[in-house]
Design a protein around this ligand. Structure first.
Ligand code: NIG
Ligand code: FE
Length: 414
């Protein structure tokens, strides 16, 4: 339980007060760690957290909301998506139902590169229009920060187009967007050699992306159907030179050594991890790397090999949960549904899952000092839910929706 600040006298008039709520702050160890409380917001930041029992101690507010005893959480964070893309892969879904694997489809010229073709045909406005409904679907669930990757352009013009669209979404919607440059996602058709393509990314595409300031991080796909550890290491070295954070799609379909690479380069996160070796976990912990689990991809690919959750828990490795929203391996535009999958498939507790979409997701984006917790001075990204305990968010699908969403202190859903 945080120490309640009952002295609001020196705050002056605050912008917003929400009273008669309980909170899961995600900054303590207890599950509903602030019963019967109130919160005040000024200039988009959390300015006061206090007891609900004594109204005389509330700060004076321009606008007040009665929370009606409902539960307040930090705004949810989807820290791994590919939501900017063209077309869909429904035909491949049918191939998979008939027995083809994700890898077979990829090796026969489908998979990621088929989405590259569809994405390249769209201009910026068309790509924006195709991507908007997917973002909207997340936002109505109380997501206030979203990470978006490039990786369906695979040349300078189209990677830049994708990243510009991602940035435009931030201008159009009440959401913080973080972008990752995923040039090393697949080998585009016009290249025959992976080494040459990696060199092209390093010499041309990444510098062009940097020139426009379009990327917050660099990502890669370290996998048989992606790139080798050595090729990914070249990407890491370049990211370092450009002072960009590092994230990796690693150990998804096989153990290819990507996790220890991210640890060596002190990256932000390792994502997927079904084939992670337990011996890598202490390395990740020591390097302060977050494990991002993607239960939607596990589900959609019919994966049976579980990420080593128990060992991660034992080592207190922070675990985040994200949708991986993309047209192939995780066509799921709902973080709440993925939270349910994390509990059902990975046997994570609802509180672990909520940590995974708040505090730990913030850490996976390098934003743990700003979002993901209800804490004084943090962004007032907050969601009010008609529930009492976090398990109610996770135990079903499409049963719960937010009653109020605040983005940087602004009530964005009425
Ligand atoms: O996170 N693993 C690589 N990339 C994506 C899938 C992209 C796609 O299939 O289009 C993922 O699963
Ligand atoms: Fe992904």
């Amino acid at each position: 339980m945080q120490k309640l600040d009952s002295n609001a006298a020196n705050l002056g008039t605050v912008d917003t007060l929400i009273y008669n709520i309980s909170m899961v702050t995600m900054s303590g160890d207890l599950h509903t760690d602030q019963p019967a409380c109130a919160i005040a917001i000024t200039n988009g930041k959390i300015a006061w957290i206090g007891d609900n029992t004594n109204e005389a101690h509330f700060p004076i507010a321009k606008v007040s909301y009665d929370g009606k005893g409902q539960l307040l959480t930090p705004g949810l964070i989807d820290c791994h998506t590919h939501l900017v893309y063209g077309g869909d892969r429904a035909a491949e879904f049918e191939q998979k139902l008939n027995g083809a694997t994700y890898e077979e489809i990829s090796l026969s010229g489908g998979g990621i590169v088929s989405t590259v073709s569809a994405t390249r045909t769209l201009n910026e406005a068309e790509l924006l229009a195709e991507s908007e409904p997917r973002l909207e679907s997340l936002l109505k669930e109380g997501i206030t920060t979203v990470e978006i990757k490039s990786g369906y352009g695979l040349d300078t013009h189209n990677e830049i187009k994708m990243l510009r669209v991602a940035r435009q979404l931030e201008e159009k919607y009440p959401v913080t967007i973080r972008t990752s440059f995923l040039g090393a996602h697949a080998l585009p058709k016009e290249f025959k050699d992976k080494t040459e393509y990696i060199q092209y990314l390093i010499d041309e595409v990444l510098p062009a992306v940097q020139k426009e300031g379009l990327a917050d991080a660099v990502d890669f796909f370290c996998e048989g159907i992606g790139f080798s550890r050595l090729e990914c290491e070249k990407i890491c070295q370049t990211a370092k030179q450009h002072k960009l954070a590092i994230k990796g799609h690693v150990e998804q379909l096989s153990n290819s050594g990507g996790a220890s690479l991210v640890a060596e380069y002190n990256g932000l996160s390792v994502d997927h991890l079904e084939y992670l070796e337990k011996t890598d976990i202490p390395l990740l912990k020591a390097a302060n790397v977050v494990a991002v689990l993607l239960p939607g991809a596990f589900y959609s690919l019919g994966e049976t090999k579980m990420p080593p959750i128990d060992a991660m828990r034992e080592h207190k490795l922070p675990m985040a949960i994200a949708t991986d929203l993309n047209p192939g391996s995780s066509p799921i535009a709902s973080l709440l549904n993925v939270m349910n999958l994390a509990c059902v498939q990975f046997k994570m507790t609802p509180y672990e899952v909520l940590l995974g979409v708040t505090k730990n997701a913030a850490k996976a984006l390098g934003m743990e000092d700003q979002i993901g917790q209800i804490k004084l001075g943090y962004d007032a990204d907050l969601v009010l839910w008609p529930i009492k305990i976090p398990a109610q968010l996770c135990y079903g699908m499409n049963l719960v929706k937010p009653t109020m969403i605040f983005k940087a202190g602004v009530n964005v859903n009425g």
